[in-house]
Design a protein around this ligand. Structure first.
Ligand code: SAM
Length: 199
């Protein structure tokens, strides 16, 4: 057995949860690695909604999808992931089966443009509030870059504040590594009465 790294573990978790025909969210499409993985998993009948604030990322993802003839199965949204809930239709919101965030900067691009604590936590909370119980909201957390630690702390604080009756949180982390490797927090709404999330 080889313990998977964070992204491979996130993909494994997603694969357990989705099938062809599902609707899924890629909250940070970047260079399109996750988007292609998701599009392959839900096509031909399903759909991926992918978000990024950088036009460079949207273009890179489109090019990658086109190469694989997967672009009909994806809508690329050039906006922040905390707008996801408002750009989906009611039917799409109820059919979402997984959401994934890959935090940090766009590899090979401007390292100053990174995901932020405020939009990441706002997006995670809105997804938990809106999507059906049992939908994993998977966050791959990078914390080695400037700002990464603050974002990681904010996501962990959110996890700690949520009631365990409403939301379960799974951490997957390779420990005792020399560098600070990325790790995964998966949030899952339980479906129990949720005063926090229903606000
Ligand atoms: N998932 C990507 C892949 O497989 O190639 C990698 C994502 S990269 C680590 C992080 C991306 O998040 C960057 O492309 C960055 O532009 C994007 N980003 C930063 N803030 C964002 C926001 N508020 N909403 C959506 N995307 C954002």
């Amino acid at each position: 057995m080889t313990l998977p790294k964070a992204v491979a573990f996130a993909h494994w978790m997603i694969a357990q949860n989705i099938r062809p025909g599902d609707t899924v969210i890629d909250a940070t499409c970047g260079n399109g690695g996750d988007t292609v993985f998701l599009a392959e998993a839900v096509s031909p009948a399903g759909h991926v909604h992918a978000f990024d604030i950088q036009s460079e990322a949207i273009q890179a993802t489109y090019a990658r999808l086109k190469k694989e003839s997967l672009e009909p199965h994806v809508t690329l949204h050039h906006c922040s992931h905390d707008y996801a809930v408002s750009v989906l239709t009611e039917a799409e919101r109820t059919s979402v089966r997984a959401a994934v965030f890959n935090l940090g900067y766009l590899p090979g691009s401007d390292k100053q443009i990174v995901t932020s604590a405020s939009s990441t936590t706002a997006a995670v909370l809105s997804y938990l509030h809106t999507f059906p119980p049992g939908v994993p909201v998977i966050v791959v957390i990078y914390h080695g870059h400037p700002g990464g630690n603050a974002e990681r702390t904010a996501v962990e604080n959110l996890a700690a504040e949520l009631s365990e009756q409403e939301v379960r949180v799974l951490r997957y982390s390779l420990e005792f590594q020399e560098k600070a490797p990325p790790y995964v927090l998966t949030f899952e709404k339980t479906g129990e009465e949720s005063p926090h999330l229903s606000n």
